[in-house]
Design a protein around this ligand. Sequence first.
Ligand code: NAG
Ligand code: NAG
Length: 428
Amino acid sequence: MSVTFNFLGVSVLALLLAGYLGQHFLPPPKPRIVGIDLGTTYSCIGVYHAVTGDIQVFADDLHQTIPSMVAFTPDGSKLIGHDALCQAEQYTQNTIYDAKRFIGKTFDEESLRKQAARYPFKVKLKNGMARFEVNSDEVTPEYVGSCIVSELKTTAERNLGFKVNKVVLSVPAEFDEMQRNYTRKAAELAGLEVMRMINEPTAAAMAYGLHKQKGVSNIIVVDMGGGTLDVSLLTVYGGMFQTIAMAGNNHLGGQDINQRLMEYCCDLIFKRYGQLLENPLDLQRVRLAVEEAKINLTTHHSVLLKIPLTSLNVKTMFVEQLTRETFDTLNEELFKKVLQPIQLVLDDVEMSTTDIDEVVLVGGSTRIPRVRRLVADFFNKEPNVEIDPELAVVYGVSIQAGIIGGMWPVQVSAIEIHGRKVRKIQVQ
Ligand SMILES: *[C@@H]1O[C@H](CO)[C@@H](O)[C@H](O)[C@H]1NC(C)=O
Ligand SMILES: *[C@@H]1O[C@H](CO)[C@@H](O)[C@H](O)[C@H]1NC(C)=O
């Protein structure tokens, strides 16, 4: 009897000792759970590293995000991300993008036709849901999603040097249960077990650690990407997030800003050379130049546009100095529209700007200084912008993945509760 007892005592002591030594001297646990932001236009993957608390975002050597695009080539192979984008002109009909706008959604003939009309690829109805037609084959939106997830997973594994098999995913706050289920399916098809799904605005707020901050209960997240603007109001109590209001504009984003700049350049070219710019190659050059100039103007006050034009009677280099003032003036009307859904969200819950404790900016278009200024002035408060606005969501899901994986240093856990169904108000 006493022998057994002793033996037990020694085991317990050994266990305690092992635990103590383990915490101090064992190598940190490896991150087996990744975080994925499967976006409409761009996607990315990250991991949380124990001990250092660093978040690492992978994609390829040049980018931290990949285009959410899959090309199905006639020889039966697939190109994903940047490779798909490079080939997009060649395989227009077989290059699928924006699959997220179709995933887990039910359509009738009419609603699908309307939605599909905006794309160069073919979409057909099957059992009330969308299928993409590629090379006389059919693929589902979740399959396209799984190709992107698979590409991200491979990249992360290559960088980490070991396999990952679990994921925390972000989804738009407005996604219903079916859209969430099909997004989960996309990850499962790529061989990942989904540990949790977090609303995108919540993930962004978590990236800033707002659940750990004292005195923070109401958070506004403004997400302005390439084509859409989404505003969410979150409440946080004791580490629990809840989305209580949403509003958005489905047709306001970086593409609209580029369009304004395009028109400005084409007008100048017409005034200067007396000719309309219609040649597709020249138009494409202007399109790329204005995108670059837009990005440049987020950090510079002025940028020199130099665009070679080959289709005019006189072959020429179109040169124009574009200042941030001109850029702001051209887009002022678009920028002001950013405030509309913010006001709608506040009205919906009868709050005023002074009730908002923190403002978080997400999405590439929130890099624009004028947009930041307008939002800051509206709330009379500086928004959170320190994290790259295109990576805030993936940072948030990666932190959650770290918490679930039990990585130390111990993080204050955060969870999301789904209360009453929140309706998203659309700006007309
Ligand atoms: C979503 O998946 C869950 C779990 O598999 C299932 O219980 C539920 O019925 C599904 N909901 C929809 C709307 O498909
Ligand atoms: C941005 O514009 C400035 C001024 O024209 C130029 O010096 C700089 O190289 C540009 N940067 C990029 C990344 O295009």
